[in-house]
Design a protein. Sequence first.
Length: 456
Amino acid sequence: MTTQERSENAIATRNFAELRNSLEHLPAFEIGAIMCEMPAQNRVLAFRVLPRELAADAFEYLPFDIQQELLRSLGQEEVAAILDEMAPDDRTVLLDELPGTVTNQLLNLLNPQERRIAVQLLGYEEDTIGRLMTPDYVRLRSEWTVQRALEHIRRYGHDSETLNLVYVVDDNEKLIDDIRIRKLLLAQPTTMVADLLEDTAISLKATDDQETAVEAMRRSDLTALPVTDSDGVLIGIVTIDDILDVAQAEATEDIQKFGGMEALDEPYLKIAFFRMVRKRAGWLVVLFLGEMLTATAMGFFEKEIEKAVVLALFVPLIISSGGNSGSQAATLVIRAMALTEVTLRDWWRVMRREVFTGLALGSILGSIGFIRIALWSMFSNMYGEHWFLVALTVGISLVGIVLWGTLSGSMLPFVLRRVGLDPATSSAPFVATLVDVTGLIIYFGVALVILEGTLL
């Protein structure tokens, strides 16, 4: 019998001692997963039998809507106990999501010390590192011995968010360096902390954007980073679990923008129907209006199409090839920007690379298109007596359109970044729409040159 089943049976028989025994030895994240599967009324009962500290830890792993549900179901004393025991950074995320009046009510339930911490963290602007940091960390002094440092850690490290790293500060609380706990444990007790410093600490500013923390964590390969104010005073740390949440949210937002819509900012099954329609309709309308230009372009070449109807057969092939190549290039460049592999200064290198890439890809597709028309013409008269010129038109057009698609897709993110916009908004559908319209002009332009005097 699984833990989930034992818990459900214990609740059904009102055997709360068994319920507590089945849950209290599990890690907090697993308790959170089990509670997510329970009916609402059972979830409240299970939550109430847990030890207070474990209940607070499990609460942090619950989705926001279930957290809200529990806060409504529990009494004020229970809510106050949970909030007091929660990690400051996780509590800040919860309070920030709630309506202002509810947040104020919950702040009043906190003890004075925790209320001061919560108000301080909420005082930072949204999406800044100050909202992510926790003030629970261990500080050391450089003039201490390793023995004294370890005694200090044993005394004050119980409430620390992490003990993988400890931080050395001066008399003014300014950050000097960080030290891995492993180094302290392996050093001689009489060694001075100052002798262990390497002056390699990577710190963040509380007012920096959260994306800065993601990149810094990736480069440093650490599980926690110190956060300082504008004067270099250590005021908190940011841990890997919060950074992973930010990275996931940013990746989700970019992926949704790639799809040609606004970021939902909510889970797919939780977002309101009309809110989702509104977020998807905006870009869809813009793209639809853009595609109308395709009809305009074809109308401009209406006489040419009447003379050589065979040209219309290849329009879907032509515009889709250009759009696909542009989408590829945009996706590669935007991701490279997100990983800081490419910066604005690299635009010329990217353009030069995409020129040769576009010519190579266009030549491959153009050759396939030419061969396809040639093979079909050996067994049928579908493309008429001037099939060779038609094949040449398609082949050369594909080279030009694919080249234009790769250039457009690769350069548009640079233009958007240069004017201060998010490059992810140059989504694949947007690039495809742009290339569709210009691709038709290239196609019929090449046709006018090659087929003049024969089909045109």
